[in-house]
Design a protein around this ligand. Sequence first.
Ligand code: KG4
Ligand code: ZN
Length: 346
Amino acid sequence: MLLLGIETSCDDTATAVVRDGVRVLANVSTNQDEFHAKYGGIVPEIASRRHAALLSAAVDDALTRAGVGLGDVDGIAVTAGPGLIGSLVVGVATAKALAFATGLPLYAVNHLHGHLFAAFLERDEPPAYPFLALLVSGGHSQLVEVRSPTALRVIGKTRDDAAGEAYDKTARLLGLPFPGGPALEALARDGDPRAIAFPRHRPDPGTLDMSFSGLKTSVRYFLESDTGKTARREDVAASFQAAVVDVLIDRVERALDGNHRPLAGDPRPLDGEYRALVLSGGVAANVALQSAFLALGKRRDIPTFVPERRFCTDNAAMIAAAAERRGEASRVNPRTLVADPNLPFV
Ligand code: KG4
Ligand code: ZN
């Protein structure tokens, strides 16, 4: 299928045209950072107004860049949730209007499923099922068992902050500009990851839980106690990053070892028999995490997939990819689709 993708769940106004969930003919994203930076975080009302101002032009832009018209497209895929309600409704209303006007099929996509299927974009050999995905974004950190495009199970998740949220909050402690993840990563590049031994969360036995709020608090205590400002900020950033990466990689290893308790109601626990590893979500853009993840795949001799950077952070190509893979399971009636800020994962 040739799908038009629309993603407006947070602060990126994104559109794309994707063939067969793999070939990206156009991938357009207008970042709103300059409008939110002075507030130190995303202001939902501003995000939604920017989407309303930009989305129609972004749809035209994606079609023009792809060299196609709406008449050539086989369907429209849109993020229905989770996310900011004011942002989601702009994308959903636009997609519904286009589907109505053209009679094209409409596909509603969970934003997190989009992140998972970003790993298929521009790949000649996609990940084989079942695969294990580490999904790390600003709002979520979870390990997902993907047995098929429509059989997904969350087998581990954070008990508190998401990994991206921990980056953003720690960046703020270090006085870095918003968005914090990329800024902290840049600072960490000149630091020593072994300079400060920040704590690594250990899961309760039999679980794959993670936690990042204790780590963020340790960084705060460390900075408060360093009254003479003797510690290098680069070392603090690098040591924080090393702790985040260690925890994430440790949880993937535990999942591969299959030594966690099966989930209630799971008829046939997989016990680590995965055929591929997939990294996804905004934090997957982090080079330190990418290297550790690829090294783990090599150590365990399992094909490992890290999406291109432009497909890690929020984009619309991944929304089209998920709609393509899930097919009829994502098909919705344009009359009844409503955006859901708390859309459940499965
Ligand atoms: O997936 P995403 O674009 O939006 C959500 O769905 O949340 O993820 C955004 C998150 C933010 O917390 C951002 O700081 C983080 O991903 N992030 C990074 C990097 N790039 C984005 N974190 C660490 N290193 C990066 N290079
Ligand atoms: Zn996202």
